[in-house]
Design a protein around this ligand. Sequence first.
Ligand SMILES: NC(=O)c1ccc[n+]([C@@H]2O[C@H](COP(=O)([O-])OP(=O)(O)OC[C@H]3O[C@@H](n4cnc5c(N)ncnc54)[C@H](OP(=O)(O)O)[C@@H]3O)[C@@H](O)[C@H]2O)c1
Length: 247
Amino acid sequence: MKGKAVLLIGATSSIGRALAHEMAQQGAALHLGARDGFEVERVAQDIGIRYQVPISWSTFEALDYETHPKLLQKAVDNLGTLDGIVVSLGELGDQKTAQMDFNHAQRIIHSNYTGVLSILTHTANYLEQQGHGFIVGISSVAGDRGRQSNYTYGSAKGALSLFLQGLRNRLFKSGVHVMTVKPGFVDTKMTFGKPGMFLVASPQQVAAAIMKALHSKKDIVYVPWFWFWIMLIIRVIPEWLFKQLKL
Ligand SMILES: NC(=O)c1ccc[n+]([C@@H]2O[C@H](COP(=O)([O-])OP(=O)(O)OC[C@H]3O[C@@H](n4cnc5c(N)ncnc54)[C@H](OP(=O)(O)O)[C@@H]3O)[C@@H](O)[C@H]2O)c1
């Protein structure tokens, strides 16, 4: 990471913050983007002082699509170059509310998918033209199979995983590495107080695993690693049986 210039979107999320610390510790220059302008400035100043790396920030609202090209340009201007982007934002929402209120469902879909697709499309075009770089998209194991407890969020994450897969296929010949990250349960504000959580990882563990996978140029990574095996089992359960389970 030493000398790399990275745009990190969703920098105030628990996983995003942990990634910002990891990257800065490894010597990367960062441009942080997040919806909460006050908090992103606080995170950036803390990291700048701690690790003495070039750091700048912007507010980023996933739903304000027309602001995304400007933000990308600001990141490039501040960093002087761009080697990669990491997008770590999401809204779990409430499945029961999403079933009754389309506006809520739409918000979950646009925050997790359309907004992420927007900033990634602009950045992908930039990196493709440049001929090198990396894209890290944080999806979820929730996107691997639809479950009654979170299928609106899960469908947005599933769409994001497919989008990243297509992008990887498109950008391979341009030398741009696209990595899909699928975390299991992580101890963050997204999952705070939620029932049915098990094998919960810390944001720091997840960030360290993401950095390791990025250095090894993995295409798809489950974090922690054992979620690969859990999801393999979940995916092979036949649909006639799966539909009877309360998941
Ligand atoms: N936690 C888990 O168990 C888990 C599991 C699998 C995947 N993930 C994924 O990992 C990533 C990071 O999650 P986390 O748990 O670390 O998150 P988190 O701490 O709950 O924070 C979520 C972040 O997303 C931001 N956000 C939500 N909607 C946004 C929008 N419309 N525009 C801009 N920012 C928006 C929030 O901004 P504010 O701070 O302004 O609210 C917040 O910074 C997400 O993609 C999430 O889906 C998490």
